[in-house]
Design a protein around this ligand. Structure first.
Ligand SMILES: Cc1cc2nc3c(=O)[nH]c(=O)nc-3n(C[C@H](O)[C@H](O)[C@H](O)COP(=O)(O)O)c2cc1C
Length: 207
């Protein structure tokens, strides 16, 4: 899959099968994380791969959004817990995680970035030292249903040319002409997959 399609097709997966991920594939995913950019190449991000069923269960029990347990956290067959040295640039984590998500797509593996979880319990469970922040849990697993893409704001709404609020225009109209005041609402009502297919990143795989 080319990078553009991987970016477009990556979805947060919230229903996994119990099929385990081969170790070679886990290594490829970690290798993708290793090659992410880091500030002055200091490489202060650490990745804990969790495959032990009991630990996975315990962590899942400690990942809640308000009062609701995130059930998908209990289904994944592996998880990568992403930590960073507290004195480092937190941005590095985002780059590493996005590499993980995209590499997983290439291998046919679904992912979900989990930010809502009990960090102190996870710290204890995995013996993470206090000098490291625990940023995210990345759920990994196989899946059968590709969720519909959640709506995105139009490019014309989130990008400016040279100055704040100065719209980017092509020779005629804005890049994405659908950026009317209600486009976010209407996108929720219409098929968002057309947004993916109309993206300049999209490349048909029928070729
Ligand atoms: C920092 C961060 C925290 C997130 N935390 C959660 C979470 O706790 N649980 C969850 O199911 N999804 C979580 N997500 C996934 C987002 O809900 C998801 O990316 C967003 O709804 C867009 O959907 P998509 O990923 O399918 O494009 C998180 C994403 C990010 C970047």
């Amino acid at each position: 899959m080319n990078v553009g399609n991987a970016i477009l097709h990556r979805r947060s997966i919230r229903k996994f099968s119990s099929k385990p991920i081969p170790q070679d594939d886990l290594i490829k995913i970690l290798e993708a994380a290793r090659w992410a950019p880091t500030a002055t190449n200091r490489q202060k991000t650490r990745f804990i791969v969790v495959t032990d069923e009991n630990l996975l269960k315990e962590i899942a029990n400690n990942s809640k959004i308000v009062f609701f347990r995130q059930r998908h956290a209990a289904q994944c067959s592996s998880m990568i817990v992403v930590c960073i040295d507290s004195d480092s640039w937190i941005e590095e984590v985002g780059a590493a995680i996005q590499n993980i998500l995209l590499m997983a797509i290439e291998l046919g593996i679904g992912t979900c970035w989990i930010g809502a979880f009990n960090r102190s319990t996870v710290r204890k469970l995995l013996s993470v030292p206090n000098s490291y922040k625990i940023i995210a849990l990345i759920l990994l697993g196989y899946y059968s249903e590709q969720p519909d893409p959640p709506p995105r704001l139009d490019l014309g709404k989130i990008t400016y040319l040279n100055k704040w609020r100065n719209p980017i225009t092509k020779s005629k109209g804005t890049i994405l002409p659908k950026s009317g005041p209600f486009s976010f609402v209407t996108k929720r009502l219409i098929d968002t997959s057309s947004d993916v297919k109309n993206s300049p990143l999209y490349e048909s795989e029928d070729k």
